[in-house]
Ligand binder design. Sequence first.
Ligand SMILES: [Zn+2]
Length: 183
Amino acid sequence: MSVVDALTQRSGGKCELCEGTDGLDALAVPPEDGVDGSVLVCGTCAGRIAADDLDGNDWYALQGSIWSAVPAVQVLSWRLLKRLPDEGWAQDLLASGALDEASLRWAQDGGDDAVKVVDSNGTELKDGDSVTLIKDLDVKGANFTAKRGTMVKNIRLGDDPTHVEGRVNKTAIFLKTEFLKKA
Ligand SMILES: [Zn+2]
């Protein structure tokens, strides 16, 4: 049986995040894969997960999926909630203790080897580094554009290796590492 078939059986043919049924496919939750390390997600959820920024209004279903009996679904839900740092309800859910210790480790570190955070050139980034933006970035919610060439000092790494936190225009924002160059 293929992974998708097994996941379809497990989920009853529904997206394991939102219960949608369109464009269902398996999404691996790194560093795991296979049936136990994957989640069946619908096309809508997959598109939103792949986007740069999540909209909290799209993700209320996480309030259910975080309590799933399937660890992979819990871990994926946890990581998505982490990408909603401005949503109080999402942060409350993260603090709710839904995940057991093993799942939490999986959610947080993505494996035995810590994932390196790297800039657009593959140079490793660390807490306190300075970076410059290699393209104009629209800052959602803050209503300004961070211009290409802007230097961001004293960045902070978070749980998501694809983003770092920094201050632009005195506003703390999350910056996608692929648009950064270490200064
Ligand atoms: Zn879905």
